[in-house]
Design a protein around this ligand. Structure first.
Ligand SMILES: [Fe+2]
Ligand SMILES: [Fe+2]
Length: 340
């Protein structure tokens, strides 16, 4: 399969960054990086112009620079490149899904030959990448790793490599980067994104430019409402309905509440979307079927136990479904507002 990144690296498109690319190509582990690009399991990646192949290849490039700039060993270079490759495989959507790191850890054993402690180190960093820095040590300590410093270091390199590619949603703030070497690569990251996008255009691939994938105000508004709702003791079903009413300026009260009733249940978020869309469209069966089909395409399941990031666990905190509530609300909103 074609790797746009390998194409670009074979071209003279680097302008003021030609020396940086030259240094990367002369790096003792450049062959390992190239092998990772060549062997990347592209079918396993989340499919999207925002968090899919392009984002992953660029994160891998930033990971290679991190490994080179910080003199990582061959082993750590391989671990970091594996983490960069598969950190987003568990994504459900392009929105603020803060549990996708955990979901990605479940897929990792099938994507790498590393086992034992190395696998645990990578899973720890991948789970932590989608959560706040202040929670990092607590997350890492849940994994069976003997060298915490090494695990934390790799986790931070992953976060920085991933963070550098925030240029694609115009949301890179270097004060959130953790390593000086990454801060110095910020301008290069912007350049890289443009070069990569030009390559996708040349290949006739979707660059995502034509679609609005990430409306920050919309996403953070719903995210905050979801957190407030959960803290106020509301269930997923109620929150989805009230947020869809707010976003679409609708006044719909759906009396029959079918919230999540754990293991056997259809997800409350799905039920809420269907109930809302039913009322909103005057029970248009075609639209309801279309939504149901696209929900299955997006999430692969309607079952609560499958959709929750770690299945049903007895002592899950109330916010465990926050990302899913946010995501499904935005999904239904986009469904109802998309131009046909
Ligand atoms: Fe991610
Ligand atoms: Fe990512």
């Amino acid at each position: 399969m074609i790797s746009p990144m390998r194409n670009i690296l074979s071209k003279a498109v680097w302008g003021e960054y030609a020396c940086d690319i030259e240094a990367l190509k002369n790096w003792c582990f450049y062959g390992i990086f190239d092998e990772f690009l060549k062997n990347l399991n592209r079918a396993a990646l989340f499919q999207s112009p925002v968090h899919g192949e392009g984002h992953i290849e660029r994160t891998m490039l930033h990971g290679a620079f991190a490994a080179m700039d910080n003199d990582l060993s061959e082993e750590d270079t391989r671990l970091l490149l594996t983490m960069c490759s598969y950190h987003d495989t568990g994504r459900l959507s392009d929105w603020l899904d803060d549990a996708h790191g955990l979901s990605s850890t479940f897929k990792l054993p099938g994507l790498t030959a590393f086992t034992g402690e190395y696998l645990e180190m990578m899973k720890a960093g991948i789970e932590a990448h989608s959560r706040a820095d202040k929670d990092m040590d607590e997350i890492l300590s849940q994994y069976a790793v003997s060298d915490m410093d090494r695990t934390r270091r790799l986790a931070k390199f992953l976060k920085d490599s991933d963070g550098l590619d925030r240029v694609r949603i115009s949301d890179l703030d270097t004060k959130f980067l953790r390593n000086d070497a990454a801060v110095k690569r910020a301008e290069f990251s912007k350049f890289m994104f443009d070069v990569y996008t030009a390559e996708l255009e040349a290949l006739g691939r979707d660059t995502g430019k034509k679609r609005d994938y990430f409306d920050k105000d919309l996403v953070t508004g719903v995210r905050d409402a979801v957190h407030e709702g959960l803290m106020a003791g509301k269930c997923a079903y109620e929150i989805v309905i009230s947020e869809l009413c707010r976003l679409l300026d609708a006044d719909i009260s759906v009396s029959t509440r079918k919230s999540c009733d754990n293991s056997k249940a259809v997800c409350g978020c799905y039920n809420a979307c269907m109930a809302f869309i039913g009322e909103y469209t005057g029970n248009d069966d075609t639209r309801l079927n279309e939504f149901s089909d696209s929900f299955m395409k997006q999430y692969k399941s309607k079952a609560c136990g499958t959709l929750r990031p770690a299945g049903i666990r007895e002592n899950d905190p109330v916010h465990i479904c926050a990302a899913l509530i946010l995501d499904t609300t935005l999904f239904a909103y986009r469904f109802l507002t998309a131009e046909n």
